[in-house]
Design a binder for this molecule. Structure first.
Ligand code: 5AD
Ligand code: FES
Length: 348
């Protein structure tokens, strides 16, 4: 099978067979990989030009009621130093971010029952009333349809909920029995129905992940046509049962970014912090493989190292202003440019 022909088909028809996806994912042909990246860049630049959208990430709680096996802030980890940001601290991060040019704020946290619907609703309302020109993204896990509706009605624009894996069997190897793949997938459907811009996504190289699993992920992404898609390598955390598992690979992650860009041409695709953690220039490389979003951390420096979902996370020591300066240089070195914009999906 000629890989370049598969890439051309992916780009023009956005549809390839499982066998073709498998050939693409397992190919070690350097020329083909470079061609795939060039196609992804071309598609991305046709829709978004050289613009890179920034999202100010506010990691407001690392309490979590779940115990996903891969995650360093799972509730079983007694070594994690738990914290919650107050409303004032969160609004302070937003204010600082606005001044730095952010027009999207992502409230991300573990599944923390302390933050009742009312608390989230009032936070969203407050941010939207101070900054009506900004988008608010929530990334707080699985909740009920009633909760999601309340958040949407309060003004939340987007919701990130990685599907983690499109295979129920693989899901069961990464999560305890009380967590349900069906419920997670159902949450994504509900979020879409309510009207959120919805983000899904998965880790690359998570324990037990097979090429077949990744093909199922790509099929799901292609069918669901998410507005956003978060893809980063798995990185082990020392206090989890996966501490000795190898991290996900750089090249496979980059390849997946490019494939997703071709499957969903107008998707908002971040070059993730995890990608920047496994490789010094991972985020720049991500941008050169079709990514068009970066999500710098706006959390107070005093808590940054506590939101440790994996080991070695970058940017935990830098002030927001320093980080954004560093990131602007990195984006420029990849040939792109950070813009002051809400950064909504440009539908093609
Ligand atoms: N390595 C990489 N990504 C991780 N996530 C959780 N734990 C890890 C890890 N060890 C990802 C999951 C989750 C998101 C918040 O972070 O995909 O949805
Ligand atoms: Fe955060 Fe470079 S982007 S320190």
């Amino acid at each position: 099978m000629d890989i370049k022909t598969v890439i051309d088909k992916l780009k023009s028809a956005r549809d390839v067979s499982d066998a073709e996806l498998e050939a693409l994912l397992t190919s070690e042909d350097e020329d083909a990989a470079a061609y795939l990246a060039a196609c992804a860049r071309e598609v991305r630049e046709k829709i978004y030009g050289k613009a890179v959208y920034i999202r100010g990430l506010i990691e407001f709680t690392n309490y979590c009621k779940n115990s996903c096996y891969y995650c360093g802030i799972n509730c079983k980890n007694t070594n994690a130093q738990r914290y919650r940001l107050s409303d004032e601290e969160i609004l302070g991060c937003v204010k600082e971010g606005y001044e730095l040019g952010f027009r999207t704020f992502v409230l991300q946290g573990g599944e923390d029952p302390f933050y009742t619907d009312d608390k989230i609703v009032s936070l969203v309302r407050e941010i939207k009333s101070v900054h009506p020109d900004c988008a608010v993204t929530l990334s707080i896990g699985e909740r009920s349809e009633i909760s999601y509706r309340a958040f949407f009605e309060a003004g939340a624009d987007r919701y990130l909920l990685r599907h983690e894996t499109a295979s129920p069997e693989h899901y069961a190897k990464l999560h305890p029995a009380e967590m349900s793949w069906e419920n997670r997938m159902n949450c994504l459907k509900i979020l879409r129905k309510i009207g959120f811009q919805v983000g899904c996504g998965m880790m690359v190289g998570s324990p037990f992940q097979t090429t077949e699993n990744l093909i199922a992920d790509l099929r799901f992404i292609s069918e669901f046509q998410p507005d956003m898609c978060g893809i980063g390598p798995f990185i082990p955390h020392k206090d989890t049962i996966f501490k000795n598992e190898p991290p996900g690979g750089l090249r496979l992650t980059l390849k997946l970014l490019s494939i997703i860009r071709l499957l969903v041409p107008d998707v908002l695709l971040p070059a993730t912090t995890a990608l920047g953690t496994i490789d010094l220039e991972g985020r720049e490389k991500g941008l050169r493989h079709g990514a068009n979003v970066v999500m710098p951390n706006l959390s107070p420096v005093s808590v940054r190292d506590k939101y440790a979902i994996y080991d070695g996370k970058i940017c935990t020591g830098s002030e927001s202003a320093k980080c954004i300066k560093c990131l602007s240089n990195r984006v420029a070195s990849a040939g792109y440019e950070i813009v002051v914009d809400r950064g909504d999906r440009k539908r093609i």
